[in-house]
Structures are given as C-alpha cells and as structure tokens.
Design a protein around this ligand. Structure first.
Ligand SMILES: *Cc1c(COP(=O)(O)O)cnc(C)c1O
Length: 703
C-alpha cells in the first residue's frame, strides 16, 4: 500500500491533475470537506490526512483509481508521439520561454488576477499537451492576488492570505552543487536577489522568482508580494525581476530558448538583458538588436492607449542607473527603445513600444483587436499604412479539458472519446453531436444547472453568514426561504469577470421596472448570478459591485439576482458550466478578446454579448446572441442607453421565448439547435490547442 501513497503524493507534485478530471476526483473523494476547506489544494489536503488513514483508504476501488490515474500520468509524461514531435521538432529540441506577470493554472495557486493570467495558464497546459518544450517564467507572489469578501454594505474587502511554499507543489531550484539557485538584478543602486522555484505543469515547467529572501534589503523583499500590487515604483521593480531576472535564470539553467514570448508588455525588459548579453559578446548595436529581435515575439492585450504600462523618464533614470553602467547600453539608447516618438526621448517610456521594437513578430488577441492595435500603433511605423503595421492576430482560446467539470467530461468521453477529441475539428464536433439526442443534451444541461445551484446554496450560505454575523438583519434566512432559491427550471444568466468599469457589469439594471417585469414574469422568469473582483485601487469598480449587491436586495430581486464573492478559477468553472446564458457587456472595442464565454460553450451554454473581442469572429447569427451590431457612440451615456435597450429587447424577443418554447416532451428544440451550432462552430476553434498550434507554426517557428 506504501506504493499507492507514493503515487498519490507524486500526483500532487505536478499540476497535471488539475486538468485530469478523474485524478482531481480522487482528491475530492478522499475528503470532500477538507478538499473544500483547503481551496482544492491536494498538497494541503494530504497534510491533513494521517498516514494510517491513507493506508486504510488505499485498498479496494479507491486504490485502483490511484493506480489508474498514476498510470495515465506516467504515460502522459513519457508520450513521444506528440503534435510537436510530428509538426515542430525544433520546438522539442529547444524550449519556448514564455514570460507572463501572472499564470492562472488552478485556484489553489494564487498567482493570477484575471483573464491575462488564465490565458497564460491555459497556454502552458496546451503547450504541454502538444509536446512543445515549454518554460514559463513568472513571479512568486507570496500574498498572491487578494481574496475578496463583501462587507454588510456590499463593499469589496480584500484579504491577503500568505501562500507558503510548503503548501504548494513548488520546489526550490538548486544548482549542480546543491546550493539554492538565486539570481540577482540591479535596481537603482542595489543588487536585488531572487530565489527560483519550480512548478511542474504537465510536461512544461513554470519558474517563479521570489524576492522574499534574507539576502535582500527589506524594502526589496516585497517586490514579489502581490499580483499588480503597489505603485509605479513597485511595478517597475516587478517588471525588472520578471524580465531581466527571468533571462538570467534561463542562462543559469543553461537553457537556450528558440524563442522568447512576451505575454503582454510587463516582461519586455527581458529584451534589455538579451541586448546586454549580445554587447558582452562584442556585438555592435545594430547586430545586437537584430539578434534580439530574431528571437522575440510579443502579444499585446490592451486595446486602449491608457492601459499600456508607461514609466517616467525620471523613474527610468533612477531605476536603471546601475544596470546601464554594467551593460553597454546608454540611457539615451534605452529611452529611444521605449519612446513613442523617435524624435523625442524626453517623454514616457512605454513597455509596449520596447516590446514592438525588439520583436520579430507581434500580435493582438482577436481579429478586431488586431485591427485596433494596428491603428493604435501606426504612428510607430510612419512609412506604413495602417493595414501594413506589423501586428497580426491570434484569437485567444481556452484549455478545454481544464474547463470541463465532471459531468461534462464524462459526457464528451461517452460521445467523442474525450473533450480534446470533440474539439479537434468542426467535423469531430459534429460527429460527436450526431450521437447525442436532444433529450440527452437537455438532461445534461439540467444536471449541470442543478449542480451549480447546489453549489450556490452552500457557497451563499457561508457568504451571507459571515457578512451578517454582526447584524440583526438576516438576509440569509430571507434567501433560504423556498421561494427564493434558484430553480433549474428558470432561464439563468451568468456574468463574471474582473470588475473593470468598461465591462459595465450593472448595465442590465439600467431600467429597473423593465428588469422587474422580465425577472418576475409569471411563466417565463429569469435569474442572474454575478461574480467578480475589482482591482483594489479601483473604487469605481467596487462601486459597481456594491450597486449590484444593493439591487440584489431589492424585494423584487431577492433570490433572483445574486452576487457570489471571491471569483476565482474554481467559481468560474462552476458558473460557466451551469448557466444557460453567458452575458458580456464591454464597451466596444475595449475587450481585447475575452475568453470566459468560450468556456461556457463546452457545457452547452450560449453567449449573449456585445460584438467585441472574440465574439464578432465567432457569432454567426445561430450560435448565440449579439447585443447590437457593433454601433459606436462618442457619448458614453448614449452608448450605454443604446446597448441596454438592445440587451432588453433581445432578451424579451429572442432569448426568453426561445428558451421557454417547448415541444411535447418539454424540450426547447430551437434552443437546443443553437447549443448544437455553438458547440460545433465555437468549441473546435476557440480553444488553446488551436491557439498554441497557431503560435507554434506562425510565430515560434516562422522567422
Ligand atoms: C476566464 C476567466 C477570466 C476572463 O474572463 P473574461 O470574461 O474573458 O474577461 C477572468 N477571471 C477568471 C477567474 C476566469 O476564469
């Protein structure tokens, strides 16, 4: 039995389990309560279960499940016939180094904030599945991103529980002589040290740099404290550790990446270290730049000028003083690399400009975002027309097997072999769907909804209990009355994402009377679930949360509109799998891509969105619903009014009737047709296997 316990421990040390549903179920089955309490973290879970109990449990069926999962894991790790081996052997021989300020791999590893991190997490998992030799680089945020809870007024509160390395599946990176691998970077006049940690993500490796070590002056230990925490000074320090520190780490490890991929501009300082290495070898300025450019690719994610990272000349001077003295790069050279105007190096330093200047290829993350980015950066390419600005696009996707829950996973196993086989191509998806009857699809939907509402019931009980534990008003009792619980028979909308104001979470409350009539319709009611975090500095975003919480307490909406606190990858998965409609209301074109709607399709949910980000590419009139037709108004209020009107009328005239229009077996055939169309047209295209194959063939290999 000892062997099974060793196997189980081994499974906890590689995040592969996070996208193998049956492996994950082993941990849950071990102790559902401890699994919940420990944020679905198997390393912590096993710390709470005695050796004796584990031994007792590892007999019989449970032991067999452990063996089966371990066998699958071993086979996965040793697989040689991968996509990359056949199609991109260069990317097996030498690694791709992928730099990102955040990685959202699983909720138990809190080193992500939102969509950018989730994308990076899904990217590294697909790279592993496809057999690409892949190294991720990020920071080890000891406090991660905050845990959100709401006070009695619905105001967001933030709490930063520490993540101890011994509670995570990370290990210290060591040198050959057994000493800790610590790199250093120059910041201002100081040398700042960072310990490297290793996190295994299937066949890929993620390195995390950690400045919270004794070697550092105390004010530098905090650099890797929080995801996007602190001020501009903290930001530039984080970006130096990530970019410059990351390259130094790869050097120390003896890695010779085929390509350096910057996921957003945060990591663009990596190009400076690559330049410095060329200078040290005696290369001329131009040769050094050409060499760096030939190895770097850049993905931009920000469709508005103000969203790009910029640093003042003074801050650059102060921060890079010592660094430049050691590298053969002058301060003027540096400023020129990051200046939007080549004739004026006295303005701000823009990370995106640095990244564009020193990459051989750049891309936006949807077709529309590619267009927006070319127009936005055309001034850097004065000799080129907008259409010729060298920024392409690869539309974001999601890692299908990470985003399927137990029910959906077994559903696609039954009908296609696996979710990955179903999402391989449109033909594969259609073939799988041909084996599914309308009633099977509808019963899957019903079960998924019931699962979500069971979850909500437990989650909300806990949330309302601590929100009101100090007050007499007991919202909890009100919510728990039978007439106020969510019903799987009712059309359900989900809205969850970061509460950046451009996403306009409260738009559906623009006309309360109309919403009241929709929600409380006698035969065709509606219920809505919200979740999402506002950045700790974003009071306007927090106010949106408060508004929604207040609306949810109005008598006409009680039990029909709810806000779930502490949105994270786990809550996201519950929501995208259970709701019928995934709502998205960004101000066009501010959503570079968005991915959450792609997750819901895998479960038979339908999108209802402004034609922004990935949606205008995917929407065909039959596979979901659009809000408007891409109309643009200069005036924000006019835009909001227009979009809200379109949202209400589409709900009233199309969505609600289609959902409630049933045949003799009480099945909404028109609705099911849309689900089939959505799965066939969206799932095979908007996934990260397709996305990473595109990056590999078009950006990583193509020089
Ligand atoms: C998918 C996901 C996102 C991205 O959502 P968008 O609607 O695409 O912005 C953000 N946060 C979490 C936790 C997610 O799972």
């Amino acid at each position: 039995m000892q062997k099974k316990i060793v196997s189980l421990n081994e499974l906890t040390r590689n995040l592969w389990w996070s996208w193998d549903t049956e492996a994950k179920q082993i941990f849950e089955e071990l102790s559902p309560l401890l699994w919940e309490r420990n944020n679905h973290n198997p390393v912590e879970l096993l710390r709470h279960i005695s050796q004796d109990e584990l031994e007792a449990r590892s007999y019989g069926d449970f032991g067999k499940k452990i063996d089966a999962a371990h066998d699958r894991f071993t086979a996965y790790m040793n697989e040689k016939e991968t996509w990359a081996a056949k199609n991109a052997p260069e990317l097996v021989e030498r690694p791709v180094a992928y730099f990102s300020a955040e990685f959202g791999i699983h909720e138990s590893v809190r080193i992500y904030s939102g969509g950018l991190g989730v994308l990076a997490g899904d990217h590294i998992k697909s790279a592993s599945d496809l057999g690409i030799n892949f190294i991720g680089i990020t920071l080890f945020y000891r406090e991660g991103y905050f845990r959100q809870y709401l006070n009695h007024d619905g105001w967001q509160m933030e709490d930063y529980p520490l993540q101890h390395p011994e509670h995570l599946p990370v290990e210290k990176v060591k040198r050959a002589d057994g000493s800790d691998l610590v790199i250093s970077v120059n910041i201002a006049q100081s040398e700042v040290f960072a310990q490297a940690w290793r996190l295994k993500v299937g066949r890929a490796t993620l390195y995390l740099l950690d400045t919270n070590i004794a070697e550092n002056e105390s004010h530098y230990r905090d650099i890797c404290c929080r995801v996007y925490g602190g001020d501009q000074n903290m930001r530039i320090n984080q970006e130096i550790v990530l970019g410059i520190g990351g390259v130094k780490l790869l050097e120390e490890l003896g890695e010779k990446p085929a390509v350096y991929h910057m996921n957003e501009g945060h990591s663009a300082f990596l190009t400076l270290e690559l330049l410095a290495m060329e200078h040290a070898k005696g290369a001329t300025q131009e040769a050094a730049k050409a060499s760096v450019r030939s190895r770097c690719v850049f993905t931009t994610h920000t469709p508005v000028p103000a969203g790009h990272d910029r640093f003042s000349r003074e801050m650059m001077h102060y921060t890079f003083d010592k660094y430049l003295a050691t590298t053969g790069i002058t301060f003027d050279d540096l400023m020129l690399l990051g200046s939007e105007d080549r004739n004026n190096i006295y303005g701000l330093f823009t990370m995106t400009v640095l990244a564009l200047n020193l990459s051989r290829a750049a891309n936006g993350v949807s077709k529309l975002h590619g267009e927006v980015s070319r127009a936005m950066w055309q001034h850097l390419y004065k000799d080129k027309e907008v259409a010729d600005v060298p920024i392409g696009h690869i539309t974001n996707g999601v890692h299908a097997s990470s985003w399927t829950c137990g029910l959906t996973d077994s559903f696609w196993k039954n009908h296609a072999g696996s979710i990955d086989e179903m999402t391989l191509s449109r033909e594969a998806a259609e073939a799988a769907l041909a084996t599914v009857s309308d009633s099977e699809l509808w019963s899957l939907r019903y079960s998924l909804k019931r699962n979500l509402f069971d979850f909500i019931d437990r989650y909300l009980a806990n949330q309302l209990f601590h929100q009101h534990s100090n007050t007499f008003y007991n919202e909890y009792d009100v919510m728990r009355s039978p007439k106020n619980t969510f019903s799987p028979d009712v059309l359900t909308i989900g809205f969850a994402r970061r509460f950046a104001t451009y996403k306009r979470a409260p738009l559906i409350f623009s006309d309360l009377d109309r919403l009241d009539r929709i929600i409380n319709h006698a035969d065709m009611p509606l219920q809505i679930v919200f979740a999402g975090k506002a950045h700790p500095h974003d009071d306007a975003g927090k106010d949106y949360i408060r508004q929604i919480v207040h609306h949810s307490r109005r008598p006409q909406f009680t039990g029909k509109v709810i806000f779930l606190e502490n949105y994270n990858l786990g809550v996201a998965k519950r929501m995208v799998s259970g709701v019928d409609i995934w709502l998205n209301t960004p101000v066009r074109p501010m959503e570079a891509s968005g991915t959450s709607g792609e997750k819901t399709v895998l479960h038979g949910g339908l999108n209802f969105s402004v034609l922004d980000g990935w949606w205008p590419e995917a929407y065909n009139g039959e596979n979901g619903f659009a809000i408007g037709n891409g109309e643009f108004f200069e005036n924000h209020e006019e835009q909001d009014r227009f979009d809200a009107e379109k949202m209400y009328s589409t709900l009233e005239k199309q969505i609600i009737p289609a959902y409630y229009n049933r045949n003799a077996e009480n099945i909404p055939t028109e609705w099911i047709k849309k689900i089939r169309n959505a799965i066939a047209t969206i799932a095979p295209e908007y996934n990260t296997h397709r996305m990473v194959r595109d990056y590999a063939t078009r950006y990583y290999l193509n020089k």
